[in-house]
Every structure is written in C-alpha cells, then in structure tokens.
Design a protein around this ligand. Structure first.
Ligand SMILES: Nc1ncnc2c1ncn2[C@@H]1O[C@H](COP(=O)(O)OP(=O)(O)OP(=O)(O)O)[C@@H](O)[C@H]1O
Ligand SMILES: [Mg+2]
Length: 304
C-alpha cells in the first residue's frame, strides 16, 4: 500500500488554556474522499486550518506527502489546495482575471492550465463576466478552479456546500468524484450534515469537542447487508409475533426488524401465512444518522 497522503499524529491545539483539539490521529490515503463530520464548534475548521498551515499546532505533527507542516512548510504546502471559509476573490474583476491574478503570484502556472481548470469546473461560459455577477455556486466553482491551478495532491474544502441549493450540492459532489477518479487526488471535506457526507465520502471521521469519536468506511454504514425494515401491520393481530425467534422492535403502527434484503420476501410470506395483514414495508435508510447520534451521544456522556 502507498504511504498516506496526509497524516495527523497526536495533534493537539490549545488556545488560551482551552484544549480545542485533543490528540487527533488519522491518515488519509491517495484517491479517497475523507469526510470530517461534527456539530458546530467541534473543531473541524481548526483542524483544517492546522493542516493547511494557517494555524500553529500546539503538539503532535501533521505530515503532507511525508513533509512536516511545521518544519518543512513549503514542501508540505505545495501539495495542498483548499478553500477554507470563503475563497478570496476580487468581485470587480472577471473570473478569468481572478485566475490570472492568482497565477501571477504562484510560479509555473500556464494559460493552458487556467483554461483546463475553467473547463473542469464548468465555468467556461461565464468566466469573462465580473465575479460580482456570479451566483454563490459560481463563486464556489471559481474558488475550486483557483485552488486547482497548482495541481495539488490533496484538496481541502471546509463546508463546501454551505449555502448551496440541492443542484449546487450535487455539483460539488460530482466535482469531488471527478477530482479523485480523474486526477487521483485525495479530498478532505468537512460538514455538519450527515446525509450529505454519506453521499460524498469514502470514509468519515466523526469529531466532537475536539476529539475523534469514530472513523468509519461509508459503506459500513450505508451498504451494510442487514438493514432495518419497517412493517406496518395491525399490532392487535400480531400475537403471533411473540413466537418469533428473531428480534424486532415495536414502533408506532408496526414493527422494525433487522433483515437482509433477501429475507424480506420470506418475512412477508411468514406474516401472510399467519394471517397478518401487511400495509406497508419500507427500509429505514438512515444508518449514518443513527450511528452519528449514537456515537456523539456517547461522546457527550464522556464529557459530562
Ligand atoms: N482563535 C480562536 N480562539 C479561541 N477559540 C477558538 C478559536 N478558533 C476556534 N475556537 C474555538 O474552537 C472550537 C472549535 O471551533 P471550529 O471553528 O474549529 O469548529 P467547527 O467544527 O469548524 O464548527 P462549525 O461547524 O461551526 O464551523 C470552538 O469552540 C471555537 O469557539
Ligand atoms: Mg467550521
């Protein structure tokens, strides 16, 4: 296996005597979308600011492609592209002029490269319009284009979908996929929205009060073979359930059972044979959310 693209080792941040980030360790591999999930104030932005060198590290270390952010700042940072908070854009210039402006500050960016990133983010039509006429989504795209100019290995986006409509969110998602699949980049993305992370990420780290609570492969959450199914049925009729050897949970208007998809028809048949009328069967697809609340609730207990 290749060495990790980003590595955090026991990273801690203390501000004015308060521990904001507490002993955070994880690695990010090449070509993966790594999600950073946590409630407001969990420490997502702080961690990202340390990774991109905008904020010092109190103790521990961060390596980018093997280079230490603290001691080999330039070598480490050349591999990183990112949008932390709002991208810095000149509103009175066109999108293209903004990119040119940036290219002048960073060595070795060709005109061809600018055209390539504009094409990549789908801004070709509007690139010669002034940024002040752009929608939020277009500004995000321009920000992304700008951060791609120096061909980074890792892209870091702090809450990239903030303020975007569903179409804009889908667009960001598609871009992230393209970055990893076509350019082989790794992406770190933060959000406090579970459903969104579920769709975007390969792995998700849950952080709360500066502590790493859990890291999971997304398919462990989402594509787990067993899933909860809701059966709407007449509970009065269902004494037969007492004899059920599998475990179920009684809920309003019915029961919930953990089943593999292939077991669902058998379950329905079982009920029908027992004369129980089934009104509805549906999968309860909210596993990451469940898990998130489960683990963060535990976290809260730890901190109480
Ligand atoms: N410069 C600072 N001085 C003091 N406290 C800070 C500073 N920066 C961040 N904090 C605190 O650190 C904690 C984590 O903040 P951070 O912005 O990293 O959270 P976040 O996970 O990005 O939250 P959000 O979802 O709201 O963006 C918060 O309690 C915040 O008040
Ligand atoms: Mg934040």
């Amino acid at each position: 296996m290749s060495s990790p693209v980003v590595e955090l080792k026991h990273v801690t941040k203390v501000i004015k005597g308060k521990t904001i980030i507490d002993d955070l360790s994880f690695t990010i591999e090449e070509g993966e979308v790594f999600g950073f999930l946590g409630p407001n104030g969990a420490g997502k932005t702080t961690t990202i600011r340390m990774i991109v060198g905008l904020m010092g590290i109190t103790s521990g270390e961060i390596l980018i492609c093997g280079h230490n952010v603290k001691t080999e700042f330039e070598d480490a940072l050349q591999h990183i592209g990112g949008i932390v908070e709002n991208p810095e854009l000149y509103k009175f210039l066109t999108g293209y002029q903004n990119l040119m402006q940036y290219a002048r500050m960073v060595k070795g960016i060709s005109k061809q490269k600018i055209d390539e990133v504009v094409e990549f983010v789908g801004l070709k039509e509007r690139i010669h319009d002034k940024v002040k006429t752009y929608s939020l989504g277009m500004r995000q795209r321009l920000g992304l284009a700008q951060s791609l100019l120096h061909d980074p290995k890792v892209m870091i986006l702090d809450e990239p979908t903030n303020g975007l409509d569903p179409a804009g969110i889908k667009e960001i998602r598609d871009h992230l996929k393209k970055l990893t699949k076509e350019k082989g980049m790794s992406v770190i993305v933060s959000s406090h929205l579970l459903s969104e992370m579920e769709m975007m990420c390969d792995r998700i780290a849950i952080i709360q009060q500066g502590k790493l609570i859990d890291i999971q492969q997304v398919h462990d959450y989402v594509k787990e073979s067993k899933q909860k199914y809701f059966f709407e049925l007449d509970w009065e009729q269902a004494e037969v359930l007492q004899s059920l050897t599998i475990s179920y949970e009684r809920v309003e208007n019915g029961i919930e059972i953990d089943l593999e998809k292939g077991e669902v028809p058998d379950m329905i048949q079982f009920f029908v044979e027992k004369g129980i009328r089934i009104f509805e069967v549906k999968p309860m697809a909210k596993s990451l959310e469940d898990r998130f609340f489960e683990v963060t609730a535990q976290g809260e207990k730890v901190h109480a």
